[in-house]
Write a protein that binds this ligand. Sequence first.
Ligand code: GLP
Length: 242
Amino acid sequence: MRFIVTENYEEMSYIAAQETAKFIRENPKLVLGLSTGGTPLGTYQELIKLHEKEKLDFSQVVTFNLDEYIGLEPNHPQSYTRYTWDNFLSKVNIQKQNVHIPPGIFNDDKQVLKEYDQKMLEAGGIDVQVLGVGGNGHIGFNEPSELLNSHTHIASLTDKTIKDNARFFSNIEEVPRKAIAMGVGSILKAKHIIFIANGSEKADAVKKTFNGRITTDCPSSLLQLHANLTVILDKKAAKLLN
Ligand code: GLP
């Protein structure tokens, strides 16, 4: 486990992008796991800059998103499909067929879940996962619970997550209550994980992730078991770490 504590969000984002770019340069066919939310926005902006200024090449990169809200059309302003294309993928030279994001609208849930895992398997699993964390220690939408799912599944959002994510919607009622989420098994099988967190509101989750006991009550604490984890925090998120 490697810890990098930065001065601020911008520096965290810059370093996370440089780390990701290093992996892409080493392996142009990298299978990259993508996270959403506020945290990785700066990282994606830096990766776009690296594409524009240094010709970082995404033409063979394959991506898998961690999750998608159930019930949102792909072009809904708050869908993670729209988020990922608008904030990152439409601005680099990725090929559409290499992008995988779970659907928010579907008929056969079992089929959708099975297919997502199958595609990940066929791609050889995730090489590098960019990972944020929820204020309650959720990763992807794997929420604190007695039992966690290893595979892609339908996740119910906790009240805390619904409240936290309401800032992106016009009101809390609009926040979907369910999502399709990659399982913790797939996340932990990623060959490398780049974990990013910023701001004081993440300090407690960060402390529980790395200084606490490993428990499904804090899904991110399972990351302590990962062999190739790079943790990039701004100093506010790191302030409670021992
Ligand atoms: C969201 C996403 C997670 C993300 C987390 C933190 O609900 N499903 O993948 O890491 O919550 O979001 P933010 O970066 O906005 O704090």
